[in-house]
Design a protein around this ligand. Structure first.
Ligand code: NAG
Ligand code: NAG
Ligand code: NAG
Ligand code: NAG
Ligand code: NAG
Ligand code: NAG
Ligand code: NAG
Ligand code: NAG
Ligand code: CA
Ligand code: CA
Length: 625
């Protein structure tokens, strides 16, 4: 107040010295620089913010807003500024510069102002209008561009992430999110933002660009903001909405494409393989599984992935695609993740479900066709030939026996094929067709195999071509019914009390031909016979004698108690111990299949546990207790 009084006195004083020749004249306005566009001109009742230099007619500057360091703020038409300024400023545009010559009677008159303005002085003002607003102004929004689709727009209590450039009315940039390289993130309509933004953001869509013009009283008002926003500044925000969500949001599932056949939907605990594209609401991709060439694999509903994904992957079908939109509180929250996912970001996942299974799943078998006559079905130890197509759940063919000249051969139960296929090939009739679905823990596991992705569920189309019933592991020949009572007599077909290899072979082949016995399939019968003969001809003189064939229960017992090796396989008879099966005559040569049978025996004053192997070559004692 004191400063103003002094200035008035000074101006009055100067006015006197310079003596304006036409004290009744009006202000003279010279608009020497006008902006290209002028949407609004100063009128009475407006507030203005402007820079000025003021000189006397001699050109001497005696006052300037620049010297004071802040522009002048004033209300026009209320008699608060000197009358000449109020008249001279009307009609001005933002960024216009004009020269206003004010006769003394519209300035400090005959009194002048102290030492500075002599009496009757004409004043020449250079004005530069910086800001202009009115108490009746409202927040004005203008949409510059809108996205193609707008499914949701900002409402009160939404949380928005946006980029902005903030300028003053004269074009000065006072702040920009771009300079910080991160969005401005805020609740809307809850007083986190200046009033003008709380209002001006409402109704915006993600991807929309709009300008929001905010009068000072809905901006930073009298105080301004630091160095950047002066007191009483109108603010122009150019805003690009990046993201929007509400704390009450749940995940949203949309764009579902569900395959026609869907036998099972995913549940908590399933292990799923899927591809995804991860984008933000504005369409920018932050991650995609496709570039890694492998599916993303995880258990679902168990907290291995973000909550929203855990939920979004439940109740899906194999082959389904869907979009899952996840608000940040069900994703990476306010912190974000790494440099790729900013805080409070809504994530959009387009997922493609490749397959899923449960570690508890068994194989599933779907019989496609079965011949009417089916005397025998496949089982462990059988030698089979089959055709197959092996695909992934999405139909991608991995392997097919049709690619090879011969169909596939397998000895069931011999670890020759993956467990699931081994199981799936059992119980089949010759000519039967079936589809067997094998979960990875019964297939190639988490690691996968050449051509088979890790954790992949495999689908086998199978057709059984033929079937040769087998013998138990380690056996070369089995009786199908009872073995002959007097085995040597049966063997010695010409009754000369000795059995050479030819006679032995002839006998065995006869048993097979008559359906009384079976040789191990998949081996050359002559080789089997030679092997069996060699084992039984214990002294290797080329002849089997009655002694060499003798194998009694007592003998077994004796050996057991001695804990010694049982010698090579003998001709088992009913009631034999160890791995000799009732009704089976066996000759062992295959060392690959240890028998799991165990027994204990008393020896050297203590009990020992023995493990007997099917080929009777090894007994491994170990202490009990
Ligand atoms: C006032 O004078 C200064 C220095 O000559 C100049 O930079 C400034 O633009 C002038 N202001 C106005 C409003 O003409
Ligand atoms: C902000 O300014 C930068 C630099 O001029 C520009 O690239 C960007 O598009 C502007 N953003 C908005 C929302 O106007
Ligand atoms: C969110 O949606 C999931 C399924 O999409 C549902 O299981 C869950 O209960 C919902 N949560 C709330 C809080 O509504
Ligand atoms: C993904 O596979 C394509 C084609 O098979 C190949 O060109 C690309 O290099 C692979 N990318 C990676 C990351 O392995
Ligand atoms: C992911 O993006 C790629 C490339 O745009 C597209 O081919 C693929 O179908 C998309 N995947 C999903 C699940 O939307
Ligand atoms: C899995 O199925 C096979 C036949 O399909 C059956 O033999 C086996 O016992 C089943 N296993 C379990 C753990 O249910
Ligand atoms: C199946 O059994 C029937 C009668 O039991 C018999 O006539 C037929 O020859 C058998 N077929 C085969 C392939 O063994
Ligand atoms: C394998 O696929 C081919 C081509 O679709 C089909 O002709 C053949 O019957 C399939 N094989 C089996 C065992 O289903
Ligand atoms: Ca003989
Ligand atoms: Ca002999």
């Amino acid at each position: 107040m004191f400063a103003v009084c002094v200035l008035i006195l000074v101006l009055n004083a100067l006015f006197c010295v310079e003596c304006n020749p036409s004290p009744v004249g009006d202000v003279v306005v010279e608009r020497y620089s006008t902006p290209a566009a002028c949407p609004r001109e100063v009128k009475n009742g407006d507030h203005v913010r402007y820079h000025y230099n003021v000189t006397l007619l001699d050109g001497k500057t005696f006052d300037s807003s620049h010297q004071k360091g802040v522009p002048k703020v004033g209300l026009i038409g209320e008699g608060r500024l000197i009358a000449g300024i109020e008249k001279g400023i009307v009609g001005m545009c933002i960024n216009e510069r004009r020269k206003v010559t004010v006769p003394s009677h519209l300035a400090y008159g005959a009194a002048g102002a102290g030492d500075v303005v002599p009496p009757d002085a004409t004043l020449v003002f250079d004005l530069h209008l910086l800001d202009l607003w009115n108490n009746a102004d409202m927040v004005v929004t203008k949409t510059i561009s809108t996205p193609k689709d707008c499914r949701r727009s900002i409402m009160r209590t939404d949380f928005a992430r946006y980029h902005f450039n903030g300028t003053l009315l004269d074009g000065t940039l006072f702040d920009s999110s771009y300079a910080r390289e991160q969005t401005h993130d805020s609740l809307v309509g809850e007083g986190w933002l200046i009033k003008g933004l709380d209002e001006g953001l409402l109704g915006m869509c993600v991807g929309e660009i709009r300008t929001v013009v905010i009068p000072p009283f809905k901006g930073y008002g009298e105080k301004g903001l630091g160095q950047e926003v002066p007191s009483q500044a109108t603010l122009i925000y150019s805003i690009l909405l990046v993201d929007i969500h509400n704390a009450k949001d749940n995940i949203t599932v949309e764009n579902q494409v569900v395959p026609e056949s869907c036998t099972r939907k995913s549940v908590v605990g399933d292990y799923m393989r899927y591809h995804y594209n991860g984008t933000f609401l504005n369409g920018v991709t932050f991650d995609t599984s496709y570039q890694r060439n492998t599916t993303y694999n995880t258990y679902i509903g168990m907290g291995y992935v973000i909550t929203g994904m855990d939920q979004g992957l439940l109740d899906v079908c194999v082959g389904e695609t869907r979009r899952v939109i996840i608000p940040p509180h069900l994703a990476y929250g306010e912190q974000g993740a790494g440099k790729d996912i900013p805080g409070s970001a809504v994530l959009v996942f387009d997922v493609d479900i490749i397959d899923f299974h449960n570690p508890k799943d068994n194989i599933t078998v779907e019989i496609i066709s079965k011949p009417e006559i089916c005397n025998e079905t496949s089982d462990a130890n059988d030698l089979i030939h089959y055709h197959y197509n092996c695909s992934l759940m999405d139909g991608t063919l991995l392997f097919a026996s049709g690619n090879y000249e011969n169909h596939q051969e397998a000895l069931l139960g011999a670890d020759k094929v993956i467990d699931g296929l081994d199981q799936g090939l059992r119980g089949m009739c010759v000519g039967e067709k079936r589809v067997v679905t094998v979960p990875p823990h019964l297939g190639h596991g988490e690691k996968g195999a050449t051509g088979v992705p890790g954790s992949a569920v495999l689908v086998f189309e199978l057709e059984l071509i033929d079937l040769a019933k087998g013998v138990p592991p380690g056996y070369l020949f089995v009786w199908l019914g009872e073995s002959p009572q007097e085995l040597f007599d049966s063997l010695d077909m010409n009754k000369n009390k000795e059995v050479p290899e030819e006679e032995f072979g002839e006998f065995i082949k006869l048993q097979v031909a008559e359906g009384k016995g079976r040789m191990k399939p998949g081996m050359d019968p002559e080789e089997i016979i030679a092997d069996m003969f060699k084992n039984q001809d214990r002294n290797h003189d080329g002849l089997i004698t009655p002694d060499e064939l003798k194998l009694k229960v007592e003998e077994d017992q004796e050996r057991e108690e001695m804990g010694l090796e049982w010698g090579t396989g003998g001709l088992g008879t009913a009631g034999s111990r160890g791995c000799l099966f009732r009704g089976l005559w066996l000759l062992c040569s295959d060392r690959m299949h240890p028998c799991t049978q165990r027994y204990t025996a008393f020896r050297n004053s203590r009990w020992h546990r023995f493990e007997v192997c099917r080929h009777f070559l090894e007994i491994q004692p170990s202490m009990v207790g």
